[in-house]
Design a protein around this ligand. Sequence first.
Ligand code: HEC
Ligand code: HEC
Length: 201
Amino acid sequence: MSFVTAILRPPVLGLAAVLLGGALAGPAPLRAESMPIAERLQQCASCHGEDGNSKLENIPSLAGQPAFFVLNQLFLMREGVRKVEAMAAIVKDLTDPDLEALSQHFSKLPARPSDEKTDASIVKHGAEVAAARRCNSCHGPTLGGVDQIPRVAKQRVDYLTVTLKSYRDNPRPGADTLMSSAVAGLADADLVALAQYAAAH
Ligand code: HEC
Ligand code: HEC
């Protein structure tokens, strides 16, 4: 664990633990409708891909994401903090055991890059920006993510690009402010380069 991660992680985790601790400790919410997990996974697959690697524009792959990251994001969605229109009808019915099972499931699938094109010189520029901004101090040496920090390696280029722009310009509610500082002041071309670099990693 790097120095930066070591000092920055505990407060972030602490917040998530408080949020999750409250939700996961109690009984499953009564409003939730149970559905076998295999059926749930079919729902997810229609957007996020049969093997958790998305083939659809702007829809992130979930394969190989740290389980805690997926759990945390689904929790934020269910509580209405992170708003994902496409998933609104699904997340409201997820029980706490569903969150656990779904996050465990996706964390165990191998991440595969999409077939989007990357350009070697753009990837090289991305590597320079990533080094200057120390992306790997939090996302890990292979950008594989850990705990509440997502894997960005092998993620879709289009999703990464849109997401990095949103951290810079208009962070989504519940999003970590550390990410907004990491990309503050970067040009669009730098963000595209970071996206290609991470995807190609
Ligand atoms: C109708 C399409 C659709 C379905 C069905 C769907 N999702 Fe999503 N999901 C999305 C979109 C679009 C996003 C990206 C939202 C954004 O840009 O913030 C997303 C984002 C996510 C994220 C955040 C990933 C990240 O890298 O930030 C998680 C976790 C997730 N979905 C899990 C699931 C699970 C688990 C299921 C099944 C229970 C599911 N989704 C079903 C469309 C869908
Ligand atoms: C100080 C720690 C830290 C640094 C440095 C950092 N990140 Fe992050 N990053 C995070 C955290 C925490 C999240 C999850 C944020 C959330 O909850 O929205 C995240 C989320 C992301 C996401 C969203 C992925 C997804 O699936 O939704 C992308 C893309 C990303 N980071 C790329 C980068 C890049 C590129 C850099 C370097 C320019 C970088 N990060 C630097 C901590 C960091």
